[in-house]
Ligand binder design. Structure first.
Ligand SMILES: *Cc1c(COP(=O)(O)O)cnc(C)c1O
Length: 341
């Protein structure tokens, strides 16, 4: 495992606090961190190890706490930290599928790491051989987003496992949308596949995009490096408390409702004259190929509905990505699209 880690990170002496160093009990006066002593609900530094939160996530997922990283800028933080752990700037490269989530490329560029994009097959399936062919001895990460954004499809687990098995580097599976998929998750593989990292987020199915909270799951050894490289206080105490509270409440029945709305919306849009194809979706959005995406996009915006035009992405010409909204929002959007000429 250690051979995939940058030398400076292997040698890193991480920031530590007096509260890390003092393992005993019985302290009631906290004069170690130059905080304000006046309790206003946020005067103390948050737990840098997010122990309570990790315990709760462990209970929810069945993954042990030392295999969980919590990111305080969403899973986007985990993406950036992964580049900093594994990729030597100006030397190493990563492989990403295309089209896919844009943050991998932005984070790579910020870290001065080359991205080799491998086009999905025409039917959006995973080109395992071409992905592996694109690697060389400086390839450190293969990014696989599943279900993929913006195509909406989840890739078969066996294909991802085969790539992880054949690749001498790290495979990161971004499962931001897995809660909306019936095709399962790679989470239960992190203990047996040592080069696998799975990303999850509170932003989609949990409905907490505004809190900025994401998760990475991997072997305890890999997660140890995430914890050393992250900013020590990467999640505020208020967010940690709010997440604990929300996890107590659960996601409600919104996932079921969004999945049934996705089905209803796909059926309805297939009937619309301007729609050429609605791609199957394992996520909370639909990718829809239309006759004239620019026109439809502008027409929807003029009528108060903003969608995402993905037409400039590879394999996505004339395609709009439409998030599943409330039943009322979906009905209004369907009716606008049906009327569009
Ligand atoms: C929305 C999304 C995320 C979530 O990012 P956060 O930083 O956790 O909000 C991650 N990956 C993909 C592919 C997404 O579409």
């Amino acid at each position: 495992m250690r051979k995939y880690i940058r030398k400076n990170i292997l040698e890193l002496e991480p920031y530590s606090t007096a509260r890390d160093e003092f393992q005993g009990t019985g302290i009631s006066v906290w004069l170690d961190a130059n905080e304000s002593p006046y309790n206003n609900g946020a005067n103390r530094y948050p737990d840098p190890h997010q122990k309570e939160l990790k315990k709760r996530v462990a209970r929810m997922t069945g993954i042990s706490s030392d295999c969980i990283f919590i990111g305080g800028a969403g899973s986007d933080e985990a993406i950036d930290v992964a580049f900093r752990i594994f990729c030597e700037p100006g030397k190493d490269n990563v492989i990403a599928i295309a089209p896919s989530y844009g943050v991998y490329k932005v984070a790579a560029t910020i870290n001065n790491v080359e991205v080799r994009e491998v086009l999905l097959n025409e039917d959006f399936s995973l080109p395992a051989d071409r992905i592996l062919d694109a690697t060389d001895s400086n390839s450190k990460i293969i990014w696989i987003c599943s279900p993929n954004n913006p195509t909406g499809n989840a890739f078969p687990k066996e294909e991802i496992l085969e790539i992880a098995h054949r690749f001498k580097g790290i495979v990161i599976v971004d499962e931001a949308y897995a809660d909306f998929s019936d095709k399962g998750s790679m989470l239960d593989k992190i203990n047996s596949v040592e080069n696998l990292i799975v990303l999850r987020t509170f932003s989609k199915a949990w409905g907490l995009a505004g809190l900025r909270a994401g998760m990475a799951f991997a072997s305890a050894e890999i997660i140890g490096f995430f914890d050393r490289v992250k900013y020590p206080y990467n999640m505020s105490s208020l967010v940690q408390e709010e997440l604990l509270h929300r996890m107590e409440q659960g996601t409600g029945n919104h996932i079921t409702e969004i999945k049934s709305e996705r089905h209803r919306m796909a059926k309805a849009l297939e009937e619309a004259p301007c729609v050429l194809k609605v791609y199957p979706s394992d996520a909370n959005f639909l990718l829809v190929k239309v006759k004239d995406a620019d026109h439809l996009y502008n027409y929807l915006a003029e009528n108060g509905v903003l969608v995402r035009d993905r037409s400039r992405m590879p394999l996505c010409d004339n395609s709009l990505r439409i998030t599943i909204g409330t039943p009322e929002e979906n009905a209004a959007t369907i009716s606008l699209i049906q009327q569009f000429k």
